[in-house]
Ligand binder design. Structure first.
Ligand SMILES: N=c1c2ncn([C@@H]3O[C@H](COP(=O)(O)OP(=O)(O)OP(=O)(O)O)[C@@H](O)[C@H]3O)c2ncn1[C@@H]1O[C@H](COP(=O)(O)O)[C@@H](O)[C@H]1O
Length: 109
């Protein structure tokens, strides 16, 4: 497993957006639209939290995978390239020792 699994999955999702395919769950989500996609992202996020809280590692891995997939559908719907996220993560990785910065952000909320 490497980064290319994420890239391949995103290519499949983009392909479903440009070329509808019968029986495709991804096409079903695109047909339903943004509100449905966001609802699924929210559901999968909550299910991930619950699985982790319950200490169920295998279940948590499954929920994280569902969440990543649904986030990718959301990104495709919003025309956000995967590279934008990978580049942002890469940019952030240039900086370590972020604790103080995060604390000041927390105080503002
Ligand atoms: N990674 C996924 C993936 N993860 C989860 N799911 C689907 O997400 C749905 C979530 O299940 P739920 O019980 O929460 O939802 P549901 O009751 O089935 O339906 P709704 O609540 O959305 O109405 C299931 O139908 C899963 O099959 C996925 N569907 C597709 N993919 C990827 O997308 C590719 C293309 O799939 P199709 O678009 O179906 O061809 C696949 O090869 C996979 O790589």
């Amino acid at each position: 497993m490497n980064d290319s699994v994420l890239q391949e999955l995103y290519q499949v999702v983009l392909g479903r957006k440009s070329t509808p395919r019968e029986g495709s769950y991804t096409c079903y989500l695109f047909d339903k639209g943004l509100d449905k996609i966001l609802k699924k992202v929210g559901e999968e996020c909550s299910e991930t939290i619950i699985a982790a809280k319950n200490g169920r590692q295998e279940e948590t891995v499954g929920e994280i995978s569902d969440l990543i997939y649904h986030l990718m559908v959301m990104m495709a719907q919003q025309n956000i390239p995967l590279e934008a996220v990978l580049e942002e993560l890469s940019r952030r990785s240039q900086k370590i020792g972020n604790l103080k910065q995060m604390k000041s952000v927390d105080r503002e909320t």
